[in-house]
Design a protein around this ligand. Sequence first.
Ligand SMILES: Cc1cc2nc3c(=O)[nH]c(=O)nc-3n(C[C@H](O)[C@H](O)[C@H](O)COP(=O)(O)O)c2cc1C
Length: 211
Amino acid sequence: MNVSPAVMAPEVGSQGCSHRMSHHLSAYKVADPMHLRQALGRFATGVTVVTTRSPSGKLEGLTANSFSSVSLDPPLVLWSLQKRAPSLESFKNSGAFAVNVLGAHQHDYCKHFATPAPDKFQNIPYEIGYGGCPILEDCIARFECSTHSVVEGGDHLIFIGRVENVVYSDGEPLIFSAGSFCVPTRFQKPDNANDIQTAGQNATMQRECCS
Ligand SMILES: Cc1cc2nc3c(=O)[nH]c(=O)nc-3n(C[C@H](O)[C@H](O)[C@H](O)COP(=O)(O)O)c2cc1C
């Protein structure tokens, strides 16, 4: 294989790569989970705590950054759950979940909800929302969903939810990037900044119903 001296390519996957790569990029074997994880970490995400209530009444919640929008009409969102998660059966059987989008001020929740525990809601302020799911106070957005479908995705299950209620407020989002938590730095406003609408101008939670 011909690799230009300018291209740093320690290992190249069996598929190879026909694109000319920038000298800043390194290619690695896709099968190496460590490198795959490192590369995925370059895609910065928000951070959520996804919650549910099992049919027997157990409250579950876990830190998840796999959340994504799917469709506006009908209103669908998704997130994925590793199959070995202790909360898997609860999410599979509950029929509902809530996606709580964390603000920068809530970074303590990340570790808390990413650590397995018999009752993660002890000493955490919450209310009960759609489908009996616990909803966290002070989040910058929340999507309360009925479970629309559950799709196989390798070592994860992909949960697609129909949004039944949505709330959001102004506030700085928490960002997860390359294994670290960050807060956003905004670009300088352009001259025509006044033409650009900012969503959620006031600090009060706005509640909207999708159905
Ligand atoms: C920033 C961050 C994002 C995460 N995203 C996910 C995710 O999208 N899906 C997942 O299954 N686990 C994710 N995890 C790991 C879970 O939060 C962790 O395994 C949790 O303990 C699972 O909850 P459970 O033990 O109550 O089942 C993430 C952890 C962190 C710190």
